[in-house]
Design a protein around this ligand. Structure first.
Ligand SMILES: C[S@@+](CC[C@H](N)C(=O)[O-])C[C@H]1O[C@@H](n2cnc3c(N)ncnc32)[C@H](O)[C@@H]1O
Length: 354
C-alpha cells in the first residue's frame, strides 16, 4: 500500500566546537595496534618523525583539559550522574549546590570539582553510552547495551550508506553516524516530524559532524527510494511492513537489522522475511548485560540490570532460494540432513581436527 504523503528531506549539518568530543570519546590513550599504522603510534623503527613545529606539551595539555562547549559528566559520591555542556560564565545548580562552569573550563578531564556547599564531583567526558542514558528523551531509546551489538551484527563500517527507520530520540542515529564516519552516510526515515527538534539536538551534542545525516519525513513502510544501500537498520514497530522496500534498496549481500521489543514482532518479521524470499541467514538474538560489584570484601553481580530491552534480528540480502518455499529435490534434502548431523557439535576454535 502506498501513501500520498510527500517526503521532506532535512539535510543536516551542524558542527560542534572543533575537537571537543575527541578528548573523551575516541581517545583511550592506548592507541591502535601497530599493525594499523596509525601515524601517531608508529614505532620509531618505521621512521616516525615527530613534528618539530608543534609544542608537544601544549598540544597534550589541551587534550587533557575541558574546553568551552565540551560535554561534562559530573558524578557524585553516590555515583549519581549529571551532564552539562560547558558555557563560559554559566552556573550549574543542583541539590548538592552550585558549581561555576568556569571552575571546570581549563581544568583536567577526570578532575574533582567542589560545589559551593562543599560536595565533591568527579568530572569526566561522557562516552556515547553515558550520553544516551542522560540525554533528553522523547520516544524510547535503544540502550547502550544494544547499540554496540547493533553496530556489530549489522556490520556497520566506515564509509557505509545506512538507511535507518525511526529517528526517535536519536540514540541509534548517533551510534550509526559515528560508525559510518565522515565518508559514510545515514539516511533516516521518520514518520513523526514532532520528534525532530529533540532528536537533532541530541545528535548534534554528541556528534562533532552531522553533515552526513539526512532525515526524511516519510513512512518507511511505503518504500525506500535509495538503491544499493549497504545496510538498513530499523527501530519501528512493524518492520515486516518495510521488507518489500528493504529488499529493493539493499545491495546484494547487504545486511538488514531490526530492533523490536517483543518476540511476537520477531516471529512476524522472520516469517515475512522467509515469505519474501530475498533474505537469508536470518538470526534473532538478545543481549543480557550484567555488571559486577567488585570490592575487597565482596565480589558479586550487581543487584540491578536491564533485564529486557529488545531483540535484534539480522538477515542478508540474497537471491531468492531457487526452490522458494517448495521442498528442494529429495537428494538435496538427504544431503542436507547428513550435513546437519555432522555439524551438530560446533567448535569454538578455528583449528579443525583432521
Ligand atoms: C522507538 S522510536 C526509535 C528510537 C531510536 N532508535 C532511538 O534510539 O532514539 C521509534 C520511532 O520510529 C518512528 N516510526 C514509527 N513508525 C514509522 C514508520 N512507519 N516510518 C518511519 N518512522 C516510523 C516513530 O515516530 C519513532 O520516532
Amino acid at each position: 500500500m502506498s501513501s500520498s504523503r510527500s517526503t521532506n528531506t532535512v539535510a543536516h549539518g551542524v558542527c560542534l566546537a572543533q575537537g571537543k568530543l575527541g578528548a573523551g570519546l575516541g581517545e583511550s590513550g592506548h592507541g591502535p595496534p601497530p599493525a594499523l599504522k596509525g601515524v601517531q603510534y608508529l614505532p620509531r623503527q618505521f621512521d616516525f618523525q615527530p613534528r618539530q613545529t608543534l609544542n608537544l606539551n601544549e598540544t597534550q595539555a589541551d587534550k587533557n583539559k575541558f574546553q568551552v562547549g565540551d560535554l561534562v559528566l559530573l558524578i557524585d559520591r553516590k555515583e549519581r550522574r549529571y551532564m552539562i555542556t560547558l558555557v563560559e560564565g554559566e552556573m550549574y545548580h543542583c541539590h548538592l549546590g552550585q558549581l561555576s562552569h568556569d571552575k571546570i573550563i581549563g581544568n583536567n578531564i577526570g578532575g574533582w570539582f567542589r560545589t559551593d556547599k562543599g560536595h565533591i564531583l568527579l568530572g569526566i567526558s561522557p562516552t556515547l553510552g553515558d550520553f544516551v542514558r542522560q540525554m533528553p528523551r522523547g520516544p524510547q531509546i535503544v540502550y547502550p547495551k544494544d547499540l554496540g551489538n547493533i553496530i556489530n551484527f549489522a556490520d556497520i563500517f566506515p564509509g557505509a550508506t545506512v538507511i535507518e527507520g525511526g529517528l526517535g530520540s536519536g540514540a541509534l542515529t548517533s551510534a550509526l553516524l559515528r560508525a559510518v564516519g565522515n565518508t559514510g552516510k545515514v539516511i533516516n526515515y521518520e514518520i513523526d516530524e514532532a520528534v525532530l527538534p529533540k532528536a537533532l539536538r541530541n545528535i548534534e551534542r554528541i556528534n562533532s559532524d552531522t553533515s552526513n545525516l539526512e532525515v526524511k519525513i516519510a513512512n518507511i513502510y511505503d518504500g525506500i527510494s535509495e538503491r544499493n544501500v549497504d545496510r538498513v537498520v530499523l527501530d519501528v514497530p512493524e518492520p515486516w511492513q518495510a521488507l518489500a522496500g528493504i529488499g529493493d534498496a539493499l545491495v546484494m549481500g547487504g545486511i538488514m537489522l531490526s530492533f523490536v521489543p517483543t518476540i511476537i514482532q520477531v516471529q512476524k518479521l522472520v516469517l515475512a522475511m522467509e515469505e519474501d524470499g530475498r533474505f537469508q541467514m536470518i538470526e534473532s538474538m538478545e543481549t543480557l548485560l550484567r555488571t559486577w560489584h567488585v570490592t575487597e570484601r565482596s565480589v558479586r553481580p550487581d543487584h540491578r540490570m536491564i533485564a529486557h530491552s529488545g531483540f535484534l534480528t539480522t538477515a542478508v540480502r540474497c537471491d531468492p532460494k531457487p526452490y522458494g518455499r517448495v521442498q528442494p529435490p529429495r537428494d538435496e534434502l538427504e544431503e542436507s540432513s547428513q550435513e546437519s548431523d555432522e555439524l551438530e557439535v560446533e567448535t569454538t576454535g578455528g583449528d579443525e581436527e583432521e
